[in-house]
Design a protein around this ligand. Structure first.
Ligand SMILES: CC(C)(COP(=O)(O)OP(=O)(O)OC[C@H]1O[C@@H](n2cnc3c(N)ncnc32)[C@H](O)[C@@H]1OP(=O)(O)O)[C@@H](O)C(=O)NCCC(=O)NCCS
Length: 139
């Protein structure tokens, strides 16, 4: 079924609502400043934050970033009272479309090990465990 939701680039007026959405979705962590994450993604031509809105404002988001090898999705979020109606799928598809247009041939994403619900969601959308351990270090 074709989604009725439209995702567009985040605008200045959306930022506070997007941060509130990420808090409501438990996607924020003390070590990631969401305002800085949004500003960084907007400042870089290889990344973006896309949002869907209804009459109340921002109801869903996805951050997409192409690193020259893989396309990455972050901050897939749907307003808690609108879940289960296809908006999460629409967010992922919007991010994938943006990455495809940027030149990416494959999308990847990281799910916190505590987020079993999200794993089921992504598997339903065709994503599979890549048998890879993600390592990180602050610069
Ligand atoms: C995960 C999340 C984005 C899903 O959004 P949603 O709008 O409820 O998802 P959708 O309604 O678009 O579901 C898409 C499909 O996944 C399925 N699905 C959703 N959750 C599922 C689960 N836990 N297990 C199996 N299937 C699931 C739906 O049944 C639907 O299937 P269908 O299209 O064949 O009918 C939403 O729950 C959310 O914002 N969670 C909090 C933030 C989060 O954890 N984000 C991921 C960070 S990695």
């Amino acid at each position: 079924m074709t989604s009725t939701w439209t995702f567009e680039e985040i605008a200045d007026d959306d930022v506070a609502q997007v941060v509130a959405l990420w808090h409501a979705c438990d996607l924020t962590r003390p070590w990631n400043d969401p305002h800085l994450d949004i500003a960084d993604a907007r400042a870089n031509p290889a990344s973006t934050v896309l949002v869907a809105r209804d009459a109340s404002g921002v109801v869903a988001s996805v951050m997409a970033a192409y690193d020259g090898h893989r396309g990455w999705l972050y901050y897939v979020a749907v307003s808690p009272d609108l879940r289960g109606a296809g908006l999460g799928r629409a967010a992922v598809e919007a991010g994938e479309a943006w990455l495809r247009a940027a030149g990416a041939r494959k999308t990847q994403l990281m799910v916190r090990t505590t987020n079993d619900q999200a794993v089921g969601f992504y598997e339903r959308l065709g994503y599979a465990d890549q048998s890879t351990t993600v390592l990180g270090r602050w610069l």
